[in-house]
Design a protein around this ligand. Structure first.
Ligand code: ATP
Length: 190
């Protein structure tokens, strides 16, 4: 199967992530999109980062009705912080029958040369790239392993969601309702 990998902190998952995952699926030959919950992003320090199992459960709750979407805890057992190349190698090892692509924003594409083994990633894997504000032009978009997709640029972030929750405002429509129910039940982010 052809699998698109969508890595993130998902602290929490929101409609920005889901719209991209769905358009990556709709715009390419992907059979499934897997949300890879990263215990810790090497470029992010976040004191508000929830426990990885809460973030995994929120993703699961958000996608449970969509059989094209799956959530993976593959990085939970890996050394932290987890680097994308190590995750890719582990996934290929575990599922040699699958063909993996990476779904990333245009902003991340321009910083790919700074990633651990960035060159190996682009040479060995297809990258499905969606538009992001403030993406720097990069000649990497001409690489044969790049597939550019069209998608709306939504100014929604997990930071915004956390702020709304902390100030007692509703996050209705920004996060799928089953994930909101879980946030409420576990009193997350308050
Ligand atoms: P935070 O606000 O805590 O930094 P975030 O909303 O950016 O979090 P992440 O879990 O870090 O969420 O996101 C996973 C991936 O999705 C990242 O590559 C991020 O750039 C991308 N992403 C986040 N928000 C959006 C959005 N609104 N539209 C498209 N991509 C997004």
């Amino acid at each position: 199967m052809k699998i698109g990998l969508f890595p993130g902190s998902f602290n929490p998952i929101h409609i920005g992530h889901l719209i991209i995952a769905n358009l990556a699926y709709e715009s390419t030959d992907l059979d499934e999109v897997w949300f890879i919950v990263s215990p810790q992003n090497p470029f992010k320090k976040n004191k508000n980062l929830l426990h990885e199992f809460d973030r995994l459960d929120m993703v699961q709750a958000a996608i449970h009705e969509d059989f094209h979407f799956k959530v993976s805890d593959i990085e939970f057992g890996m050394p932290k912080p987890s680097y994308t190349i190590d995750t890719l190698i582990r996934l290929v090892d575990k599922h040699p029958e699958n063909e993996f692509s990476l779904i990333i924003g245009g902003d991340n594409l321009s910083s790919l040369p700074k990633w651990k083994n960035g060159e190996t990633i682009i040479n060995d894997f297809r990258l499905i790239v969606y538009p992001r504000p403030n993406s720097k032009a990069t000649e990497l978009t001409l690489h044969p392993n790049i597939t550019l997709i069209d998608a709306p640029q939504l100014d929604v972030s997990a930071t915004l969601i956390r702020k709304l929750i902390r100030s007692g405002k509703s996050i209705k429509y920004l996060v799928p309702q089953p994930a909101i129910d879980l946030i409420d039940a576990r009193k997350l982010f308050v």
